[in-house]
Design a protein around this ligand. Structure first.
Ligand code: NAD
Ligand code: DAU
Length: 359
């Protein structure tokens, strides 16, 4: 019989948001958790060292597209929920090689849905009613806003513009269809840009931070006036935990920080913090390193999330402001240079050549 003490199965728990979700889970809930992660370049078990020896934690290295493996895990652990974060997540990489995005984000989600549906068929009515599938998605499915447009609401049409966004929108639609067609108990969250400790330095903030420390040019795509709505990753992890407990199957919830900023302003804030934390740096003022480079193809101009529904129905609110969250983030990267060095060797160097060589 499933109870609140039954395990949850998390996919992608060794990635950026997944690691925060797993750490938050053991801090706030503490019931067993199985982490299924392929450990692509973006997955890092070092992130999970604080809970690696917890008897309730089980790590399984594997691909969400491996139906036999997913079936085996569901039979072995009898989870009360699946929290699905595993994905290829970087827009620039999706422009260079969309195949992996379609495979993991679309087919991987399809495999999980089908495996979970078969698992549910074997449960009794009470256990079926208790089970939840939390699908973690992005605001990029809604496309791009113009300056005066209202922030994204849950009912807005999908207009994805990158292969990444299209793959996530496709997975959201599969989840929706499984809910409608099979009564599958799925909850979807669509979140804005996350930032914080443990983010792989291919994404804007950790990339710029790392380059600024080494006195390298800070690549600003296009005119730098694209707007993103930044949310501290710890606040996202908390939102997912609450969505799992209080979210209603069939519903989607937009998660965001009410914090729209142009990239140029964001990078300048980061440079000012580096100036403050590193008074003896030869690269001060770090903002002198800003360099305009060729824009990202199909670059979405503005994202903004209306998180009213999540706040009202889940009782969730972000705790960090951008000023407090960014300060914590910069401090963490300065204090954890060994982590950065480990992840920026090898494959990362090839990516830097591929993405920035021709800009
Ligand atoms: P990430 O790239 O840091 O981590 C992805 C994780 O998934 C890694 O641990 C990787 O090893 C694992 N993975 C990839 N392919 C896999 C596969 N086939 N099988 C099993 N594991 C696999 O991503 P993230 O930034 O932590 O994002 C997590 C989720 O949140 C994604 O679904 C993403 O679309 C969504 N999201 C991200 C953001 C953001 O700003 N980063 C915002 C909104 C939503
Ligand atoms: O909105 C949610 C999404 O946020 C998530 O779904 C994605 O997984 C996540 O990667 C993120 O997507 P973005 O494309 O917005 O993030 P990225 O960090 O790649 O870029 C943020 C902004 O900064 C974007 O407008 C592009 C710009 N940029 C990015 C890089 C890497 C630059 O100007 N220079 C850069 O070198």
């Amino acid at each position: 019989m499933l109870t609140n003490e039954s395990p949850i199965l998390v996919t992608g728990g060794a990635g950026f948001i997944g690691s925060h979700f797993v750490l938050d889970w053991f801090a706030e809930v503490g019931t067993p958790l199985v982490n299924l992660d392929k450990l692509t370049y973006a997955g890092n078990l070092r992130n999970l060292q604080p809970i690696a020896d917890n008897p309730g934690y089980h790590f399984v290295r594997g691909d969400i597209q491996d139906r036999a493996l997913v079936d085996k895990l569901l039979a072995e652990f009898s989870p009360r929920a699946i929290v699905h974060l595993a994905a290829e997540s970087h827009v620039d990489r999706s422009l260079v090689g969309p195949g992996d995005f379609l495979a993991t984000n679309i087919n991987g989600t399809f495999v999980l849905l089908e495996a979970a549906r078969a698992y549910l068929d074997k449960l009794d009515a009470e256990d079926r009613a208790r089970f939840r599938f939390l699908h973690v998605s992005t605001d990029e499915v809604f496309g791009s806003l113009k300056p005066g447009d209202a922030p994204f609401e849950e009912h807005f049409a999908f207009k994805p513009n990158s292969p990444y966004a299209a793959s996530k929108a496709s997975s959201d639609l599969l989840v929706r269809a499984w809910g409608k067609s099979y009564g599958f108990p799925a909850i979807v969250t669509n979140c804005s840009n996350n930032y914080g400790p443990l983010q792989f330095p291919e994404k804007l903030l950790p990339l710029v931070l790392d380059r600024a420390l080494h006195g390298k040019p800070l690549p600003i795509y296009g005119d730098g006036m694209q707007v993103r709505d930044w949310l501290y990753v710890g606040d996202h992890a908390a939102a997912l935990r609450v969505a799992l407990e209080k979210g209603v199957p069939g519903q989607t919830y937009n998660i965001g920080g009410w914090n729209e900023q142009a990239n140029l302003d964001t990078v300048q804030m980061l440079c000012a913090l580096l100036d403050e934390f590193l008074p003896d740096s030869p690269h001060r003022p770090h903002a002198q390193l800003l360099t305009y480079v060729t824009d990202r193809p199909g670059h979405d101009r503005r994202y903004a999330i209306n998180a009213t529904k999540a706040e009202r129905e889940l009782g969730w609110k972000p705790k960090e402001t951008f000023a407090t969250g960014l300060r914590k983030t910069v401090r963490w990267y300065l204090d954890n240079q060994a982590w950065v060095q480990e992840v920026t060797s090898g494959e990362y160097l090839k990516w830097m050549d591929t993405n920035y060589g021709a800009r």
